[in-house]
Ligand binder design. Structure first.
Ligand SMILES: Nc1ncnc2c1ncn2[C@@H]1O[C@H](COP(=O)(O)OP(=O)(O)OP(=O)(O)O)[C@@H](O)[C@H]1O
Length: 578
């Protein structure tokens, strides 16, 4: 597992090998110069050349220190830049992969969790790639180059000076774990608070109708209070940690001074050696403290690699068959089902049971039936939004599971039950399935969907924005915009899944009549509870408990005793009562 994570990590870094190598080389130079400067100071002290005059050595130190500063900056820019690039690549990969997954994946996995993986987890990986790589390389070079020089000066004093460093490391480790939990707590409280604000803003009318302002204010105060406590906790841990690190580095300095002065007195080291040791011990404080944070960052990053990879390795259930075929042109729009069955995962009974039908090109078929009888399931299997077995459903005599998915889906225009609109202009919403559609095409589709004249009354007509930053449309208007979106595609098959439920019966009947006339008639599948509109279809399929229990024209079906007759009588009574 650990190996595979390291492989993944190396995989993320591979496209950026040049930057990483340059960044690491820069760190090596910085550390080499960092080790050289104290030696220069030592020699200067020894030769008593440093002091009050601006001398060559001071100038050299100034130049070297400036060089170090510039190269360190370059190393940070390079390696942190790689972190950002890896973050960018991963976000692209996750989003791209999510787009390949079937809709049912999103009903079993919450959007919150997916967003979290694409943001917080990717952020942890970015830190692992940027901060952890930089810090680890820096630690290796800092200790690798500084320790031998310190030891060559005086090994006993070196051990003494560094004796408190393991304590420093353990302290930072303990604190960084605590900091991590506290940071998470702050994040959680913050998202609880924003969730409440978001919910209250969208449910503001309910709050007012039920006069719950006071309760909501109290709920907000409670959450805000928790956020305050979490923030104060985090701040106090931070405020304790840094003085503790400082204190430990002073202990190291005191130990050095105490024993170092004895060593000078004994003549074991020179004053120059002593100053160099102090400078070296000081050099190692920062990398040591950082190592504690680096370990935590590394561990967090590892967990996040697993979480992100677990998304990226999910195989889409619905994909092109290995030997998928192109749909032969011209597409006729003939649909045939042969013992078509589908059971939802974890469901006890099938939603579709051995359904047989033959829908002719250009035919308008209405599908009616009780709630939960399988109508939407049937609509969803046609464009393979659900994973059906092969050899059960055929479009123009080709098995739909063998047709290339883009071909199949562009042959079917589908208006689902919930008329989802994107937060963009009406024009973009209507032209969504056929990007680059010209205004006349958009208007033509809107006219067919009987929404054109209403759009002309909107403030910016087709440029009017909808959604959160735009106007609010009525249910019926949304449905007709969604219908226009499907019509722009000009696909040979059109499926309307209860897509006109908020449109009055007369308009719905008119729309259906428009769709089923004309020279290039489409195959229309009209799923509806609106029986008066359904009655005008060429044929009607009546569904019950996952089966088509009756088929025929309206006039045939009202003659036969059965579910359709019952539904029709009920419909007549409702019409009279209204
Ligand atoms: N995602 C799902 N997971 C499990 N079961 C489902 C799912 N979607 C639908 N079902 C079940 O499948 C059956 C058929 O549902 P379907 O939505 O096709 O009915 P419907 O005839 O379109 O109903 P309505 O008229 O309310 O739209 C129902 O028993 C329903 O509970």
């Amino acid at each position: 597992m650990a190996n595979s994570r390291i492989q993944k990590l190396l995989g993320y870094l591979r496209p950026h090998t040049t930057q990483v190598s340059l960044g690491i080389l820069a760190l090596l130079i910085v550390n080499a110069v960092g080790v050289y400067i104290p030696l220069l100071i030592r020699d200067s002290i020894e030769e008593l050349r440093i002091a009050f005059a601006f001398d060559q050595v001071v100038g050299l130190i100034f130049i070297l220190a400036s060089l170090m500063w510039v190269i360190r900056m370059a190393s940070r820019i390079l390696i942190f830049g790689v972190g950002r690039r890896v973050e960018f690549d991963l976000k692209q990969k996750i989003f791209q992969h999510l787009l390949t997954l079937e809709p049912s994946y999103f009903s079993t996995n919450t959007a919150g969790d997916l967003i979290n993986r694409a943001t917080s987890d990717v952020d942890n990986i970015r830190r692992l790639v940027g901060f952890a790589v930089l810090s680890l390389a820096n630690i290796v070079f800092a200790y690798g180059l500084t320790l031998p020089v310190m030891m060559s000066i005086e090994w006993r004093l070196t051990f003494l000076a560094l004796a408190v460093y393991p304590v420093m490391l353990i302290t930072v480790r303990l604190f960084s774990d605590k900091l991590r939990t506290q940071q998470q707590a702050v994040q959680e409280e913050l998202s609880n608070l924003s969730e409440l604000v978001q919910e209250d803003m969208s449910g503001i009318s309910l709050i007012k109708i039920y006069a719950q302002e006071e309760n909501e204010r109290r709920a907000f105060r409670g959450l805000n209070q928790r956020l305050l406590s979490a923030n104060l906790g985090l701040a106090s841990t931070r405020n304790v940690l840094f003085p503790v690190i400082e204190a430990l580095s002073y202990i190291s300095l005191l130990l050095l001074m105490w024993f170092g002065s004895g060593a000078i007195a004994r003549g074991a080291i020179t004053i120059g050696d002593f100053v160099a040791l102090i400078l070296y011990a000081e050099r190692l404080v920062f990398p040591t403290a950082l190592l504690g944070f680096t370990i935590t960052t590394y561990q967090r990053g590892e967990v996040s690699i697993d979480r992100v990879e677990s998304i990226l390795t999910i195989e889409p259930k619905i994909k092109n068959a290995p030997d998928a075929i192109a749909l032969p042109e011209p597409i006729q729009g003939e649909l045939k089902a042969d013992r078509l069955s589908y059971t939802f995962p974890d469901a006890k009974t099938p939603a579709l049971q051995t359904v047989d039908f033959h829908i002719h090109p250009g035919e308008t078929v209405a599908i009616v039936g009780a709630i939960g009888s399988g109508k939407s399931t049937l609509a969803n299997v046609l464009p393979r939004l659900l994973d059906i077995a092969p050899n059960q459903l055929f479009l123009d005599s080709s098995d739909v599971t063998q047709i290339r998915l883009p071909d199949l889906r562009s042959a079917i225009a589908y208006v689902p039950q919930d008329s989802f609109l994107f937060s963009t202009s009406l024009k973009n919403n209507i032209g969504y399935g056929a990007p680059g559609s010209e205004q006349p095409q958009i208007e033509q589709a809107a006219k067919q969907a009987q929404i054109h004249s209403e759009v002309l009354n909107f403030p910016q007509q087709y440029e009017t924005m909808v959604g959160e930053r735009g106007i609010t449309l009525s249910g019926g208007q949304r449905q007709r915009i969604a219908l226009a979106r499907a019509l722009v595609m000009d696909a040979p098959i059109l499926i309307l899944d209860d897509a006109l439920s908020s449109v009055d019966n007369q308009t719905a009947t008119q729309i259906l009549a428009n769709l089923s006339t004309g020279v290039d008639r489409k195959t229309v599948i009209f799923i509806s509870h609106q029986l008066s509109a359904a009655a005008t279809a060429d044929r009607i399929f009546v569904m019950d408990a996952g089966k088509i229990v009756q088929m025929g024209t309206h006039s045939e079906l009202i003659q036969r005793p059965g579910l359709y007759q019952d539904l029709w009588s009920q419909h007549q009574i409702e019409e009279v009562l209204h």
